[in-house]
Design a protein around this ligand. Sequence first.
Ligand code: SF4
Ligand code: SF4
Length: 169
Amino acid sequence: MADSILSPDCKSCAALCCVCLAFDKSDDFPIDKPNGEVCPQLSEGQTCKIYEERERQGYRGCMHFDCQGAGQRVTQEVFGGRNWRDNPKLLDPMTRAFVIMLKVHELLSLLQAASRLPLTDEEIDRYDGLLTDLNPADGWTEELLEEFEGTGTEKRVHAFLQSLRHHVA
Ligand code: SF4
Ligand code: SF4
């Protein structure tokens, strides 16, 4: 798996983390914001108006967030580069897709770490199968993401990771 798939590419993303995720007023955020509501600090041009000032203005949570590449994947692969700014009806489906893609990319990241272990041939076969499940041949769609939870892939990834304990014992 190429490392780049797990790196955020904000220029190819519709600023999904600034819209789709909820904030709770806390040490990490100065306001409450539900998911699907645009952060008041996001400019019309989809950039953060306080990017260099986030810590001072209480938005520390943004500084620690890493979508692991889920944002641009939803924007480009699932929605063909479209943007909720141009079509607000996309906001709900993009939010739903982003939340599920965050999980998919978290699992990919765990598998990537596991791939550095000296896997046996049988383990490599299982790893390859899981990678295929997390990277559908024709790409992710809204429908495939909605079905993801029911596929059991997340459970299979965790069972696979647990089975690798003998490599680190
Ligand atoms: S969701 Fe990811 S790629 Fe998109 S703006 Fe946020 S960090 Fe960047
Ligand atoms: S403060 Fe800036 S980086 Fe954080 S969510 Fe708002 S617009 Fe995005």
